[in-house]
Ligand binder design. Structure first.
Ligand SMILES: C[S@@+](CC[C@H](N)C(=O)[O-])C[C@H]1O[C@@H](n2cnc3c(N)ncnc32)[C@H](O)[C@@H]1O
Length: 267
């Protein structure tokens, strides 16, 4: 039997995570920031790549209004289904979500005014190919707007070390895009111009340990947690809980999240 590819593992992990993913509070906050930064006008045609549960898609649909159109695509069928369910619930006729690979877009050249993508570039095994696809499906003068994670809160460095100690790691990312210096060349090599990068820091407060653990089970890191047997997982949780107390304040557990938003244009 052949080993599953990184992409196959990702698809399955995000299918399993799709349900809980919708409860992560910071994705809609950063999604709104991405869309506000994009300055999308009424009537625009928008592609949201790796749409997940619609953190970017829903604010984008609000900006375009019903005279525009927003299409979300995601490798995970589960994510696309959940997002379509929410689109129907909200009665939006100008939004839709499909299962599709970012590296192989099933759209004609020059279809969209905007290509948006929230926190997914690290997962594309062939990011150069994906960026060429985004460039191809944009109209001339169209814009790409992308968020990527910045540097991690150093106060939480123990978490990666503890995960490694317990063997709770599966490496699913393909590249690091933590700094503007690392981000920019990807866009220029795909032919984009007027590349601008802005940075936002957010003090994320997890109300309790349960909310923090739900987040861990709803992102790609879940693949590592799934490797542990029940007894090891219990020990791991106990040690994590002890370490987490250092981040506790009256309102909950604090983690500084940093994101970059890159805006660029197709000539
Ligand atoms: C961290 S989530 C981000 C979701 C959403 N954009 C947001 O901001 O909440 C990453 C998403 O990327 C999707 N993904 C990973 N690789 C992909 C690919 N090759 N093509 C399309 N989607 C992909 C995953 O299924 C997952 O939904």
């Amino acid at each position: 039997m052949t080993e599953p590819t990184k992409k196959e593992i990702l698809r399955e992990v995000f299918d399993r995570a799709a349900d809980g993913y919708g409860h992560i509070r910071y994705f809609p906050i950063f999604g709104q920031w991405l869309v506000d930064t994009a300055q999308i006008p009424t009537g625009a045609h928008v592609l949201d790549v790796a749409c997940g549960r619609g953190a970017v898609l829903f604010p984008a649909a609000e900006k375009t209004g019903p005279s525009g159109r927003v299409v979300g695509i995601d490798l995970s069928e589960g994510m696309a289904q959940e997002t379509n369910g929410e689109i129907q619930k909200r009665g939006l006729k100008h939004a839709e979500a499909h299962a599709m690979d970012a590296e192989h877009l099933e759209f004609a050249d020059g279809t969209f005014d905007y290509v948006l993508c929230g926190f997914s570039f690290q997962f594309f095994p062939n990011l150069a190919q994906a960026l060429l696809e985004f460039h191809r499906v944009l109209k001339p003068g169209g814009r790409i707007v992308v968020t990527t994670w910045g540097e991690e809160d150093s106060r939480w460095n123990w978490w990666d070390k503890l995960r490694s100690k317990y063997g709770a790691v599966v490496k699913l990312g393909s590249q690091s895009l933590d700094t503007p210096k690392e981000i920019k060349p990807w866009f220029s090599e795909a032919g984009f111009v007027d590349i601008d990068i802005i940075t936002k820091d957010m003090d994320m407060v997890f109300a309790d340990e349960a909310e923090w653990w739900n987040m861990q089970w709803s992102i790609s890191g879940r693949a590592g947690l799934e490797k542990l047997d029940a007894a090891t997982l219990e020990n791991f949780k106990a040690e994590t809980s002890a370490r987490m107390q250092a981040h506790k304040e009256v309102d909950g557990f604090h983690d500084r999240l940093q994101a970059h938003c890159t805006i660029a244009k197709k000539l």
